[in-house]
Design a protein around this ligand. Structure first.
Ligand code: NAD
Length: 523
């Protein structure tokens, strides 16, 4: 029996991608464990909701205080498990979560307040309406490894402050960071059953999707997102899908070349290009093209690649070799089809098995996979364009639509182009940073998914809307409750005229015709 159990247990390994050092081996929780976690959450959730938003906000305040106190420790753990440079862990993970908590502390109460719905129709004037925002119940969160702290934390905090319980299935590559998040929330005062991290692999995630949760917030690849959407459809489980991107950067002829080339280099190589909002396609006006490439190559060659715990490191390793092989294959295919590799385009085995050099490809075309499929690695693929219309066409020629950026000294022109790009976010003269604006909604269109995280729209995903309607004249029957007939039909024609006839005279005649309705006898 014991042997059977051992065979059945799946193990996951948490390792430092820079060194290969195994940080911890963990057992995947079983499907039954997932079911039990959801059942515990369901039992605990009404009490958490009944606690009230003020007390939940107070717990978030304590969470924020603790996280601020331990910021360096958390950032170092993120670097050890996910590889990114320490300062990126601090800014794109810890700071993002501290600020998202600030947003929730400032806004949760007003967000959850009943919202009056004034009525316009004369027929409904006796009634008063309000929108109530109620928790879904148990929210399942399935998250990726590339932002192992900020993604699940921002989503979980929004779910918790609105009165939900949460069961999180973190990426199998970053379980320790998720456990860290769990321990902070617990210390801050979130009851054990109200936030639980169930560590495991893809099958554990699938078990959570099928467990009876009330809503799922998924962040990950397009392929997994589609699988999850199918499973969710079978039981009409509401889902938010935050999927991949192939974000274009459009550098117009009047852009500041020095600024735009620095932005492209950072936007393509931050977190070794493993960012959903990475610059994956860069279109540069032909008049700036060669100078832009030259400046970008020069800046890229100066990047220091290494272990993220070394303060000098600009770019760390990729998460694992499988991801690196995918990038390598796309670069090779592009090279064969005529792209010029201006720098990089190779592994850096002297640093470790997961290191790939920051790479710039010129003359990339949409025939190449590198311009169509998500690369998710340190590659800046650049192509020239001749006019704004062509740039917009190229930017929109993608299955994805997460974010985009437009670079110009003329912000009006930039915004006009931004409006025509199909994406969840378009930045003029900046890249990626919107993820750090807690008020800004984050999410995509097309294959980049559906639903939003962050900001007020992110909070809306965490609640069910209930419309509460009360009639202020409880002793009055409605005039339209049966006893129809010729005379009633004429009166109602008059009423419709009273409300919607174009001319004043017709409205007045309508009022006279409908007045008799007040005297009618009913059921
Ligand atoms: P992934 O899809 O492989 O895995 C994401 C999570 O889903 C993991 O926890 C995994 O264990 C789980 N999972 C896998 N198969 C599952 C299944 N069938 N049912 C339920 N859960 C399952 O993605 P990844 O490699 O961890 O992350 C990288 C991807 O995430 C990239 O495509 C990136 O663009 C995307 N991403 C998107 C955003 C966004 O906000 N739009 C943010 C970060 C990452």
């Amino acid at each position: 029996m014991a042997t059977d159990l051992q065979i059945a247990t799946r193990r996951i390994v948490s390792a430092n991608p820079a060194t290969g050092e195994v940080l911890r081996e963990l057992d995947c929780v079983t499907d039954a464990d997932v079911g039990e976690a959801v059942a515990r959450a369901r039992l605990a959730q009404p009490g958490w909701a009944a606690l009230g938003v003020r007390k939940r906000v107070a717990i978030l305040r304590e969470f924020q205080r603790l996280l601020h106190e331990k910021k360096s420790e958390v950032a170092r753990l993120i670097t050890r498990e996910a590889g990114k440079p320490y300062v990126e862990a601090l800014l794109t993970e810890v700071l993002v979560v501290l600020d998202a908590t600030r947003f929730l502390i400032e806004n949760a109460q007003s967000f959850l307040r009943d919202e009056p719905v004034p009525h316009g129709s004369l027929a409904m004037k006796t009634k008063t309406g309000r929108i109530l925002r109620e928790p879904h119940g148990v929210i399942g969160i399935v998250s990726p490894w590339n932002y192992p702290f900020s993604i699940p934390a921002v989503e979980a905090l929004a779910a918790l402050v609105t009165g939900n319980a949460v069961v999180l299935k973190p990426s199998e590559f970053t379980s320790l960071v998720a456990r860290g998040l769990e321990s902070f929330l617990r210390t801050a005062g979130v009851p054990q059953a109200v936030f639980q991290a169930v560590v495991g692999d893809a099958a554990t995630g699938a078990a959570l999707v099928n467990s009876g949760i009330d809503k799922l917030v998924f962040t990950g690849s397009e392929a997994t997102g589609k699988r999850i959407a199918q499973a969710a459809a079978a039981r009409l489980l509401p889902v938010v899908l935050e999927l991949g991107g192939k974000d274009p950067m459009v550098v117009l002829d009047d852009a500041d070349l020095e600024v735009a080339s620095s932005a492209a280099v950072w936007g393509a190589f931050v977190n070794a290009g493993q960012t959903c909002l990475s610059v994956e396609r860069c279109y540069v006006h032909r008049s700036l093209y060669e100078a832009f490439l030259e400046a970008s190559v020069e800046k890229t060659r100066k990047l220091r690649v290494g272990n993220g715990l070394d303060a000098q490191t600009d770019m760390g390793p990729m998460i694992h070799e499988r991801q690196l092989r995918r990038v390598e294959a796309q670069v090779e295919e592009a090279r064969i089809h005529g792209a010029r590799v201006l720098t990089g385009g190779m592994r850096l085995p002297e640093l470790g098995r997961n290191f790939y050099a920051p790479t710039i490809l010129a003359d990339a075309t949409h025939e190449m996979r590198i311009m169509r499929e998500e690369t998710f690695g340190p590659v800046l693929s650049v192509a020239p364009f001749d006019d704004d219309e062509q740039a917009i066409r190229l930017a929109n020629d993608s299955a994805f639509g997460l974010a985009a950026s437009v670079w110009t000294r003329n912000t009006e022109r930039g915004e006009a182009i931004a409006r025509r790009i199909l994406a969840g976010t378009v930045m003029v003269n900046d890249t990626i940073s919107c993820f750090g604006i807690s008020e800004a909604p984050h999410g995509g269109v097309k294959a980049s998914g559906m639903g939003r995280a962050h900001g007020r729209l992110g909070l809306e995903e965490m609640v069910r809307v209930k419309y509460l309607d009360t009639d202020r004249l409880p002793s009055m029957k409605k005039l339209w409750w049966y006893n129809y007939g010729e005379s009633f039909a004429r009166q109602m024609e008059g009423f419709v005229d009273l409300e919607f006839a174009q001319r004043l005279g017709a409205r007045l005649r309508g009022a006279l015709r409908s007045a008799g309705v007040l005297a009618r006898g009913k059921l």
